[in-house]
Design a protein around this ligand. Structure first.
Ligand code: AMP
Length: 218
């Protein structure tokens, strides 16, 4: 299975990508995680990306397109994957289409997870993540067993600097500016499936699987 998840920041696409990856055996490719790791390691790409990430802007298309093209070139290139946070612009979608064509890989579906903007702001302000295993938590809907500590790695949880409210609002503005075109692009390819991102994690996961099965059987 080859999937792209589309959705605003805080729509739960990272959480759903992680579940899909674990349960369907897909490689999880999250450009936000890749870029944050590059910033942490101080690589050239990370140094270039940092200012954009902290201000809630998108990093330049060429930078992420190169990261993804490279990921799909090596011997360990993924056959089955779930994309989380890429593509995010029409230029990235065009570049990704070309990368996949070159590898003779067809997408199965693009899942568009819809959540109301105000709910996103509320969600993100309670979001914490484990810097080691990337497991996401939410203070209200999915708290860790011990406050501030990851259930799996047992290390301290951190809050992302771009989860501050004004940065979240800027990320939402940037998201809306770019997504409309992406939705049209994948609808035209007959790949777009829409699901509501409201409700619990398993509820949303169930909707995604239902959409995937529905289409497979159609
Ligand atoms: P995310 O974790 O997906 O919300 O991404 C966090 C930040 O990383 C974004 O606000 C952007 O600054 C940057 N980023 C992640 N993926 C992309 C992408 N595909 N294109 C441009 N910027 C990205």
């Amino acid at each position: 299975m080859r999937l792209i998840l589309l959705g605003s920041p805080g729509s739960g696409k990272g959480t759903q990508a992680k579940l899909l990856s674990q349960r369907l055996g897909l490689v999880h490719i999250g450009t936000g995680d890749i870029l944050r790791e590059a910033v942490r390691q101080g690589t050239p790409a990370g140094r270039q990306a940092e200012i954009y990430i902290t201000s809630g802007k998108l990093v330049p298309d060429t930078l992420v397109n190169d990261i993804i093209a490279e990921r799909f070139q090596g011997d360990d290139r993924p056959e089955c994957f779930v994309m989380d946070g890429y593509p995010r612009t029409l230029a990235q979608a065009a570049s990704f289409d070309a990368v996949l064509r070159k590898q003779f890989l067809d997408l199965d579906a693009v899942i568009f997870i819809r959540v109301d903007d105000e709910k996103v702001v509320a969600r993100l302000s309670g979001r914490w993540v484990c810097p080691v295993c990337k497991t996401p938590y939410h203070l209200l809907s999915n708290p860790p067993r011990k406050p501030g500590v990851c259930d799996l790695s047992h290390g301290p949880l951190i809050q992302r600097s771009d989860d501050r409210e004004e940065t979240v609002r800027e990320r939402l503005r940037v998201y809306h500016e770019n997504t409309a075109a992406l939705v049209v692009h994948y609808r035209q390819q007959g790949l777009l499936r829409e699901v509501s991102g409201e409700g619990g994690i398993e509820e949303v996961y169930g909707r995604i699987v239902q959409e995937l099965n529905h289409h497979k059987n159609a």
